[in-house]
Structure formats: structure tokens, C-alpha cells
Design a protein around this ligand. Structure first.
Ligand code: ZN
Length: 396
């Protein structure tokens, strides 16, 4: 049994406790929840800084770890996709595996305890089977060609089976890539699968303005880029509605949906989700990946909107193809730098509790008795504010 005290403890399920103390078992299980330090406790390790639960990274592509510094910054979504496709296969299997292991280690050292990870192939399965981190793997599929829907879906299911065979502890579900890469037939197959298996799913959402234009009027940079890539223009759905409204109704039977990025999501769309939520049996979560947004589009989502509308926000790092690190703290520091008014307890709720809840990891996310959520120490904060110099030290 160990006891730690700190300047502040953020249990996340309750208000921050100044000068608090917490007791944990040798295996990291919390035996008594955070409480104010009385001063007469014996054997307490005193830490300078803020204690909080381990971080949950709800959006990562571990399989792209070898692409670190390979794709230019600020090229926009279509430029990013083009460069990624042209360079991602220039590496040996061994190089890819080594970078995956290193990236996982980087996440562990930066206090991450669970990951929602996107897989297009099996290159991360061996690493995931080691059980170093808790993972939910989203097998990502996409195809605009309706005649390829069944075949694409079946290859996703095969990959899902392969992951299930490689490790009993892996959570997994088949998920769509993004509104602009899916046929209605493929969305329907994913929805049926989610309904039958009570799946959570994720989808990239409104990462660039071109996505909305494509659906609204079959115009814009994304539409043009797809046409230039030789994609049959009749496959690109023209609905007169934005990307989100054109897609979400077809995924209505998933248990929960994580919308990732939401850089161009507006109040009108949040209201649309709310008014349609009775049709959508799912719970909607919003994942933000601020550093990837700055890397690709040089723009951030409207955080105040998500706060005002009481949305459940989670945090992701995206991949090393579009980020400088896989540190959840780095993402929080970026948000805090651009929006200093957002309280640390809110940021930490996004980075811990909400992500654990979405991914279904009940043991994680809050410092509650009986849970085993990991324990992070944030050093060099300015009271209850993050600064450029804030760092994270993994206590458990
Ligand atoms: Zn992504």
C-alpha cells in the first residue's frame, strides 16, 4: 500500500482537492479515494504538482508511427492524404514494427493508459497482444464503390477476427473511415454489424471545409481531388446537406459514436444532432485532436461551442503522420494556450473520464475507490493552469 499527497488532486468524478492525499494498493488499485491531507498520516510520499488519473487517447493510428516527419505541415486535408498514400509503403515491415513499439512506449511514458486505435491492417496486432496498454481497436474500412461494399466489409470482419484470435483482451469493432469515403451500402453493413454486436464506432468528421462542400454541392477541393484521382463522380453523394447530416442517420444503431476532429462543426449541426437524438439511439462523443488540426489545416475546433452545448469531449493524438508526439498532455497544452479560459478540470475530464467512458474501460478515468486508473503527476503548472513548461510524470 502506498500513499501520495500533492498540491492538488483531481479525482475528476469530484471537485479538485487542494493539498490532498490518495492511497493505492501495490497493483495500483485505489483503496481510499482522494481526501484533504490531515498532516498526521504516516509514510506519505509528498509530490509537488497535480495528481490526476491516467490519460485516455481516444484517437490514434499506431500503424502510421513510421510516418513521423514524413508528411509536410499545413498542406490541407487533400495534400495530407496524397503525401501519406505516396510515402506510407516506403518502409520495411521491421521498420514499421519498431516504430510501433517505440510509439507505444512514448504513450506509456507520457501517462496514457488506454487507446482507441484505428487499424487498416494487422501491423499493430503483435504489439497490442503484449497487453502493455488497454486498447479498443477500430477496424477502419472505406469504399465509395457500392458494388465493393460487401467485399470491403468482409475484409474488415476478417481483420477483426484476426485481432480477436491474437489476444483475448482486445476490444474491437468495425468502423467507417469518414463520410466522404463511404457508400451508403457500406454504411448500412457497418450499422447492421454495430446493431448485432452492440458496437461502439468512430468516424472522422468535418476535418476540412471541403468535406461539407462535397456533400452540399459536389464542388470544392475534396471533390476536385477525388475526381483527379480517377474516382467515379457518381459515387460522390450530393445530398444538399453537410457531411455529418449526410452520414450519421445511417449509423443510428451503434451503441455509441465518436466523431473525430469536428474542426468545422457548427452550432447548427450540434443542434441537429440533439434534435435527432431520439432517432439516433446512440450516444455521441466528440474527439478533438488539436495538434493534428494545426499540423494539417492550421485551425482548431470551436471549443466554446462544445462546452456551451454540454457535449462530451474526448482527446486524441491522431497519428505521428500528422503530429509531433503522441502525448495527450501536449494536446491539452495546445488547447490551453489558445483558450486559456477553459478550466483544467474540464480539460482533464476530456482527457480521462470521458474517453474511458466512451471506450468502455470502467476501471479507468477517475480516482475512485476500487478503480485502477493509473496515476499521473503534472509538474510545473501555474497553480491550476497548464503552462508551456508543464510535464507529466507517470506515478503508476
Ligand atoms: Zn485519424
Amino acid at each position: 500500500m502506498r500513499q501520495f499527497s500533492a498540491d492538488y488532486i483531481f479525482p475528476i468524478n469530484a471537485a479538485p482537492i487542494p493539498n490532498g492525499v490518495i492511497t493505492v494498493d501495490d497493483d495500483g488499485t485505489i483503496t481510499s479515494p482522494p481526501a484533504p491531507l490531515l498532516g498526521n498520516e504516516r509514510g506519505v510520499t509528498h509530490l509537488k504538482g497535480i495528481l490526476c488519473p491516467g490519460f485516455v487517447n481516444t484517437h490514434c493510428h499506431l500503424e502510421l508511427s513510421h510516418m513521423k516527419k514524413q508528411v509536410s505541415e499545413n498542406k490541407g486535408m487533400t495534400g495530407f492524404i496524397g503525401e501519406l498514400i505516396s510515402k506510407r509503403n516506403n518502409f520495411t515491415e521491421e521498420e514499421i514494427e519498431n516504430r510501433i513499439a517505440l510509439a507505444e512506449q512514448e504513450m506509456i511514458c507520457s501517462g496514457v493508459v488506454a487507446v482507441g486505435d484505428i487499424s487498416n491492417n494487422n501491423s499493430t496486432f503483435k504489439q497490442k497482444a503484449k497487453g502493455n496498454l488497454a486498447y479498443h481497436t477500430f477496424i477502419e474500412i472505406f469504399s465509395l464503390d457500392p458494388s465493393k461494399a460487401e467485399q470491403t466489409y468482409q475484409s474488415g470482419k476478417k481483420l477483426e477476427e484476426e485481432l480477436k484470435r491474437s489476444s483475448i483482451n482486445n476490444h474491437v469493432s468495425v468502423s467507417p473511415h469518414a463520410p466522404y469515403t463511404m457508400s451508403l451500402e457500406l454504411l448500412n453493413l457497418i450499422n447492421e454489424d454495430a446493431k448485432a454486436n452492440n458496437n461502439i464506432i468512430t468516424i472522422h468528421n468535418q476535418e476540412s471545409a471541403g468535406e461539407n462542400e462535397l456533400f452540399e454541392s459536389n464542388t470544392g477541393v475534396m471533390y476536385d481531388a477525388f475526381k483527379n484521382m480517377g474516382i467515379n463522380p457518381t459515387f460522390m453523394r450530393k445530398t444538399g446537406k453537410n457531411a455529418l447530416e449526410s452520414t450519421l442517420p445511417y449509423l443510428k444503431d451503434a451503441k455509441k459514436i465518436l466523431l473525430v476532429h469536428n474542426t468545422f462543426t457548427t452550432q447548427k449541426e450540434i443542434h441537429w444532432i440533439k434534435s435527432n437524438i431520439s432517432d439516433l439511439t446512440s450516444n455521441i462523443y466528440f474527439c478533438t485532436c488539436p495538434n493534428a488540426n494545426l499540423y494539417i489545416e492550421n485551425r482548431l475546433p470551436d471549443y466554446q461551442l462544445f462546452i456551451n452545448e454540454n457535449c462530451k469531449v474526448t482527446v486524441g493524438t491522431d497519428s505521428l503522420a500528422s503530429n509531433w508526439s503522441l502525448s495527450v498532455l501536449d494536446e491539452l497544452k495546445t488547447i490551453s494556450k489558445h483558450h486559456p479560459g477553459i478550466e483544467l478540470n474540464t480539460l482533464l475530464t476530456w482527457a480521462t473520464k470521458n474517453g474511458a467512458e466512451f471506450l468502455g474501460f470502467d476501471q479507468l478515468g477517475t480516482l475512485e475507490k476500487g478503480k485502477r486508473p493509473g496515476l499521473n503527476l503534472l509538474k510545473n503548472t501555474d497553480g491550476m493552469k497548464l503552462t508551456e513548461r508543464t510535464s507529466v510524470f507517470k506515478i503508476i
